[in-house]
Design a protein around this ligand. Sequence first.
Ligand code: PHE
Length: 341
Amino acid sequence: MQEIIHSLIQELTQFQINTQGELDAFKTRFTNKKAVINDLFESFKSVPKEEKRVVGQMLNELKTKAYEKLEAAQEIFEKEKITFQIPHDLTLPGDAFVQGGRHPLAMVMNKLIHIFEQIGFEVASGPEIEDDWHNFSALNFRENHPARDMQDTFFVSLNPDYLLRTHTSSVQIRVMETQKPPIRILAPGRVYRNEAVSARSHCFFHQLEGLYIDRNVSFADMQQTLLYFAKSMFGENAKIRLRPSYFPFTEISAEMDVSCQICEGEGCGVCKHTGWLEIMGCGMVDPNVLENCGIDPDIYSGYAFGMGIDRLAMMTYKVPDLRMFSQNDIRLLRQFEKIEF
Ligand code: PHE
């Protein structure tokens, strides 16, 4: 028995464990339940008394050596597993990190907001599903005004008192109902109209609304603000002109044109050879509207303006078809990845 143990100790010392297979073989040979060491402990019972002490010591030595070797090998294997996860060739190119870009409409909107923020306007918002009061009645639209017609407005079929807002002017009402003058807000957002979809019009589009209410606000104040806006947006040479117009919620009302930046007023295809581009509707807030919101028109006055964003973005980035803005075609969007704003 002593001889067997002796040769096993030698075998164990020389045993090479470099692979998982060798590790398994080592376990089968030495440390598993059915392996040789357990067998020896079984037959230890029948060792004559006088040999028991020596054989016992040798057996324990064999067992300790076997388990030490097993543990050391397992530890190395664990470490290798971890290091194996680090790629061996650190010079391999990494995976490209695709950075998103801003949507052209968002960039134009951000630029406009930035321009008005410089002179104290703050962003406000309202819901896209509006009620009749905020979208029409409070804005001085009479009961039978054609804009309320089914042809223009998407009504909620379950309750036609609710509708998809047709303009951001509804936010004017929401703000004036809850804030006291001075009020100086911008309302960017999406609006909906039941229009035939084409390259130049869509059933949804985007507007930026502005509203300024305070004591002694005049039409001249509005003109100066809009001129500042046109120069900031289109360059120092930009000119504006105001043409008389009509909106139920402003009195007096105007349509603002900016000199065409493509032909610099000479006349071209984009401005239909007029030298001017129509940019926004504007005017002095009608006293009825102020009254509807609990603001005294004898003390306060103000102006409002609203412009479409989609056509501005078409012009700015020379996008020929407005439908492209909502098709999410990656080939269009990729072209804007590097542009700021
Ligand atoms: N709400 C008007 C429109 O959608 C634009 C507008 C806003 C006009 C504010 C005057 C004042 O056409």
